[in-house]
Design a binder for this molecule. Structure first.
Ligand code: BGC
Length: 393
C-alpha cells in the first residue's frame, strides 16, 4: 500500500513538472462539442480510464435531476466514465456515495453537498488520493479539499427577487406601508445565506423607512430559514404566521421566498389560510415546472432562472482542464466562446478555511412577460398536444 502510494507520489511529481512546463492554459483544447475532444491525462488511476463521480443532494427537487443528467452528458461526451449518485438529502448516504466513487477510481468529484460543512473527512480522503474536487452549485465548507466552485451569482439571485418586489409594489413612489414576510432557505446550504443577503440588503432601506413592514417581526436568516428547503415546512411556518399576524382585514402584500420549493409551500399556505382578495407578490427561484404553472395561473409572481445546462458546461470544461494537468487556483477556462456570461471570482466565496476560486454564471428574472421567450422559445420547456408542460433539455 505504502509502496503504491510512494510510486503514485513520484509519478505525480513527474507529471506536475511536465504539466508545469507545458502551456498554462488549456482552454483551447477543452471540449466545446463532440468534435473537439480533449486528450485527458489520467492523473489519478493508471488504468487509462477517466472516472468522474457526480454526487447530487436529492431527487425530490426537480433541478438536481436535471443537473445530474446535464453533467453526466457533458462528461460522457468527453469520453469520461461517470458515476452519478443521489443522496436522498442524507449526509451519511452522500458520504457513502463519495467513498464508493473514491474506491471506484474516481479522478474527479463533482459535489453538491446536502450539508456543506459535513463532508470534510471524506473530502480529505479524496484529496489524499489526489482526486480533484469541484463544488457544484453549493460551496463545500470548512475544508481545504476543494479545487474550484461553480455556481451562479447567488447574491444576485436575492437582489433580483427583492427588486421584483420593489417594482411590483412600486415601493419607490409608495405612500403607504406594505406588509411582507420572508421564507429563506436551508441554513446548512451556504447559498441560502447569499440569497438572503442579496434580498435583505436590497429591501432593508424600505424596511428601515417603514415602507415595508414585517408583521411577524421575523427578519433574521435563521428565524426565516427552511430546513432542507422543504415545501411542507415552508407551508407550515407561513400558515402559523398567517394565523397569528394576519387576522381578517390585514393585508399581506408580498412573500419573498428564496426558491421554488419554498414558494410552493407559501402558495399552499396562502390558499389555505389567507382570506383577503389581493394578489400576494410571491417570489421563487429555479423555474420548476409546478412553479411555471403557478406563474401562468397568477399564483406565483416570478422565479429566478439559472440555466443548469450552462452550469454543467462550465463544470465539465473546468473539470477537463484540471484533469489535463492545468494548475488549480488559476483562471483555467476560456469563457469567451459561450453565448452566456460567466465570471471568474477569487474574492467572494470563503469556505471558512480559504477563499475558493469560483466561476459564477448570471441568473435571470422570469415573469409572465418573458416566460415564453426565455423558457419556451429557448427550448427548456415545451408543451405536449394536451398542453402539458414538459422539460425538453
Ligand atoms: C440551489 C437552488 C435550489 C436549492 C434547493 C440551492 O443550493 O442553488 O437552486 O433551489 O438549493 O435545492
Amino acid at each position: 500500500m505504502m509502496k503504491t502510494k510512494r510510486l503514485f507520489a513520484i509519478s505525480l511529481l513527474f507529471f506536475l513538472i511536465i504539466a508545469g512546463c507545458s502551456s498554462k492554459k488549456t482552454n483551447t483544447d477543452v471540449g466545446r462539442n463532440d468534435t473537439q475532444k480533449v486528450k485527458i491525462e489520467d492523473t489519478h488511476s493508471d488504468d487509462g480510464r477517466t472516472v468522474v463521480g457526480i454526487s447530487m443532494p436529492d431527487m425530490l427537487l426537480e433541478r438536481w435531476n436535471r443537473d445530474g443528467l446535464f453533467l453526466k452528458e457533458q462528461f460522457e461526451k468527453n469520453d469520461c466514465e461517470v458515476i452519478l449518485r443521489y443522496a436522498n438529502n442524507l449526509i451519511d448516504t452522500q458520504v457513502n456515495d463519495l467513498r464508493d466513487m473514491i474506491n471506484s477510481g474516481a479522478d474527479l468529484l463533482v459535489i453538491t453537498a446536502v450539508d456543506g460543512a459535513a463532508l470534510s473527512d471524506i473530502l480529505d480522503e479524496a484529496a489524499e488520493a489526489n482526486i480533484k474536487i469541484i463544488a457544484y452549485d453549493r460551496l463545500l465548507m470548512d475544508t481545504e479539499a476543494v479545487d474550484y466552485y461553480v455556481s451562479f451569482d447567488n447574491y444576485q439571485v436575492g437582489v433580483l427577487q427583492a427588486n421584483y418586489v420593489i417594482d411590483a409594489l412600486a415601493l419607490d413612489s409608495a405612500e403607504k406601508t406594505f406588509n411582507i414576510e420572508f421564507v429563506s432557505g436551508d441554513p446548512v446550504d451556504n447559498n441560502a445565506r447569499f440569497f438572503y443577503g442579496g434580498a435583505m440588503d436590497t429591501l432593508k432601506p424600505y424596511i428601515d423607512s417603514g415602507t415595508l413592514n414585517v408583521m411577524s417581526n421575523q427578519t433574521g436568516f435563521y428565524e426565516t430559514s427552511t430546513a432542507q428547503w422543504s415545501t411542507d415546512l415552508a407551508q407550515q411556518r407561513l400558515q402559523i404566521i398567517l394565523n397569528s399576524y394576519y387576522p381578517s382585514g390585514t393585508i399581506l402584500d408580498a412573500v419573498l421566498c428564496a426558491n421554488d420549493s419554498t414558494a410552493l409551500g407559501a402558495a399552499r399556505a396562502l390558499e389555505a389560510d389567507y382570506s383577503e382578495k389581493n394578489p400576494v407578490v410571491l417570489t421563487g427561484q429555479d423555474g420548476d415546472i409546478a412553479n411555471i404553472y403557478n406563474i401562468f395561473d397568477g399564483v406565483q409572481s416570478m422565479t429566478v432562472f439559472k440555466a443548469m445546462d450552462n452550469e454543467s458546461v462550465v463544470t465539465a470544461d473546468l473539470g477537463l482542464a484540471i484533469l489535463s494537468g492545468s494548475k488549480p487556483d488559476a483562471d483555467l477556462i476560456d469563457t469567451s466562446n459561450w453565448d452566456f456570461s460567466c465570471d471568474y471570482n477569487t474574492t467572494d466565496y470563503d469556505n471558512g478555511v480559504r477563499v475558493v476560486s469560483s466561476y459564477l454564471l448570471q441568473p435571470i428574472t422570469i415573469t409572465l412577460d418573458n416566460i415564453e421567450e426565455e423558457l419556451f422559445d429557448t427550448g427548456y420547456y415545451s408543451r405536449n398536444s394536451a398542453g402539458l408542460i414538459y422539460a425538453v433539455k
